[in-house]
Design a protein around this ligand. Sequence first.
Ligand code: IVH
Length: 676
Amino acid sequence: MTDQPIDALTEEQAASEAADLRPQILKWGQQYYDADAPVVEDDVYDRVYARLVALETVFPAIITPDSPTQRVGGSTRGDLPKVTHEIPMLSLGDVFSIAELKEFDERLRSNVEDDFDYNCELKIDGLAISLRYENGKFVQGSTRGNGQIGEDITANLKTIKSIPQTLSRPLTIDVRGECYMPKAAFLALNERREAAGQAPFANPRNAAAGSLRQLDTQVTADRQLATFMYNIADYEPLTTRTQSGLLDELAELGFTTNATYQVAHNMADVAAYIDQYQGKRGDLPYGIDGIVIKANSLPLQRSIGATVKVPRWAIAYKFPPEEVETVVRDIEWTVGRTGIVTPTAVMDPVALAGSTVARASLHNPDYLEAKDIRLGDTVLLHKAGDIIPEISQYVVAKRSADAQPYPVPTHCPSCGAELVHLDEEVALRCINPRCPAQLAEGMNHFASRNAMNIAGLGPQIVSQLFDRKLVDDVASLYRLTTDQLLTLDKFGEKSAQNLLTAIDNSRNNSLERLLFGLGIRHVGAKAARSIAAEFGDIDHLMAADSESISAIDTVGGIIADSVVTYFASDQVQQLIADLREVGVNLTFTGDIPATDSEGQFAGQRVVLTGKLQELTRPEATEWLERHGATVTGSVSKKTDLLIAGEAAGSKLTKAQSLNVPVWNEAQLQAAMDETK
Ligand code: IVH
């Protein structure tokens, strides 16, 4: 990925960059969705994805149908049971201007004999969900997935207050709509995450998706998600025959629907609606990214039909990116874990597309120079891809006569070492391996949840540890004493003891956590796991050449080379020796996550339902899958076994009616004990 400002690119350059990014994103995406842990860290994926979105937003003509941004949705993550949508969940076609909207209207009208109305609705920026009700009872909720197969997120959806458990009429229906995180909840959540040293979510949609597509219902319950329902798979059971009537009828049934819809007789009405809500966008308590217009008659919708992906009777008008003015007060230079020194513009805070923005990355010195941003400049700020704050340009008329070009630093803001450009990189780097900022960033990563998982060791504590010279590398963490920790701000006996225990416990982690935690370039949690499982201990890994590392299925040459280069360094070898000396485990002790095609459950479709007492759902699912089972979300004739915990409901009844064998939790435990 280059960091060239997008508006400095020609369409050709943008197309060529996008063509490079797409296969990379698709590959990472598959690795992410097919397994628990991604090969690259989320923020790398997010940044590259956002760059592609931004390129395609600025140059819509370069969008290709197979672009990852055009897929019906995220694929399914392996660890959630799958649900087949009997009637597929469609996406929407996009237009970006009123002219294109008019073309859509003309095309449609030329194919429809009679006059017809549209229903205009807000396009809620969330995650599409489908809710199944049987005889008026909520039985299953799912994500869209790829449109045909989604994920079973029933348990999580049950924690959302706006989803009725029982309808006012005993209908059997699949109702579709959007699950979203209100702006206020999103901002509060990110504040909490940043305070806890976790990466903030890029936008409310990612936050909503992340909250639903994980396995702990308590987490979902705490996230204050909400829903607006707007569609039904089959309208027959309803009395209404219009889209606007459908929204009313869904509300009568007990759903939350968005009340802002309006019926439009013509394009002038549609344009007025767009105008109205584009203006109100910032005031709404939830994010919207456009307007959806739908042929209002449901029978007409049916007769017009759909392509494989999108209905022909509806279209989304996407808002152009919002732009606001603010003033640059400072340019901050921060040193990342890999030594890259990045400038960030610090500006007067402004409200922009649903959040308050006060910082925007200036990426690297070339970018800064090309944009020629100076202290005190008034700048235009927008969100690239509606996500990442980006300065478009300074306002020439408002620049003060004595504003000076911003001097790029020549020395590291943390350690004072001279900064360099490696291999013609645009990035400015500090290559001092003992640079405190890099070490501190590296330690934050080392302690993070997917790495050594040292609870309580967040950025604020890490920076104090370095400032007070209590640590100088990750090995020295294991030599800390209670007395030393007591010198930290707000630390008492108990907090010192807790932190020491957490550090101490991390000594026993399996090798893959350490490998990931060391922050070797390109090595994500998944690659770390594959490598650790393959080599078994660090000595075998350190003796391995690039070829034998890249022979591992999920590990490519770039990762393998990076691992070899890393361990070739004297400083790294010293660090490993130190880690060994302080008693950090250097062997792989995790379970090998292979599925057992010969296993006790080989080829069997198993469904879990009800509340398990001793096991968690993920534990049971993981164990079953490891022993050959496919764990699915709904009971059908094809189900081989239902495992029913306490308070099992409709799935148990259904399994019994289909003569599917049913186990209780104790029987599952017994099977697990037997194979131990
Ligand atoms: S209608 C066949 N209506 O936008 C019906 N979608 O970019 C297709 N969305 O997949 C969807 N608000 O997740 C519809 N009022 C609305 C919507 C809406 C948000 C989402 C939905 C859809 C995506 C397409």
